[in-house]
Write a protein that binds this ligand. Structure first.
Ligand code: ADP
Ligand code: MG
Length: 204
């Protein structure tokens, strides 16, 4: 079972990966956006880690709700409310159980991803974070490792797509040939989940 400590470590691992990849995320956003995705994610997850350290929540749901709230309040860009919604809705779906199974997490993440689609109005193939998150959620039903692989593949598969949502859509056909920054950071989030599970010894 996955307890609050597992979720706390997932968020800390994500913060570390975002720190290491911030320059790359900003480089991707400079090609088809406004060159702030790395700093947006870094600011957001630094705040998430600080809030979790200050007052560690006692349940998986509470960890993700606190994390989501931090992202919404600290990230100015489009990605803040979208990632904030993802984590908050996933946390809400987990309820107040002290520990959850891998299956419960996969199901809750599915609800979180659906909330992102509803908030942003994007769907598969629009060259957004959903192109990593949707395949990840499906593959998570098999394993965390499969979820991470599907997210990475989904991020790479955004390269030939034309953006239909967000800032990159203003470029029209000129958005083709570039990897979507948000899909790339979404793959980091799921990779951090798989890493945390592997470090825990298989998770659930
Ligand atoms: P901004 O575009 O406001 O500068 P960021 O650079 O932090 O915000 O984030 C950009 C990323 O947000 C994009 O690469 C894309 O993946 C994601 N995004 C933008 N709009 C949407 C949307 N409507 N639905 C889902 N994801 C979106
Ligand atoms: Mg941007």
């Amino acid at each position: 079972m996955l307890d609050a400590d597992f979720f706390h470590r997932w968020m800390s691992t994500t913060t570390g990966r975002v720190d290491r990849e911030a320059a790359h995320l900003t480089e991707l956003d400079s090609a088809i956006g406004d060159a702030d995705h790395g700093s947006n994610m870094q600011r957001g997850f630094t705040a998430v880690s600080a809030a979790l350290e200050k007052e560690p929540p006692q349940t998986p749901g509470a960890v993700l709700i606190l994390a989501g709230r931090q992202l919404i309040s600290t990230v100015g860009g489009a990605s803040g409310p979208l990632y904030g919604t993802l984590l908050r809705r996933t946390g809400t779906a987990l309820g107040d159980a002290p520990a959850v199974s891998e299956e419960q997490l996969a199901h809750a993440l599915g609800e979180g991803v659906a909330a992102v689609a509803q908030l942003g109005g994007a769907q598969a193939g629009d060259k957004t974070m959903l192109d990593a998150l949707l395949p990840a959620v499906e593959a998570l039903a098999t394993s965390f490792e499969a979820g991470a692989g599907a997210a990475r593949a989904g991020a790479l598969a955004t390269i030939p797509l034309q953006a239909r949502k967000g800032r990159a859509s203003y470029l029209g056909e000129r958005s083709i040939g570039h990897q979507d920054p948000g899909a790339t950071s979404a793959a980091l989030l799921i990779a951090a989940l798989a890493e945390t599970a592997a470090a825990t010894g298989g998770g659930a």
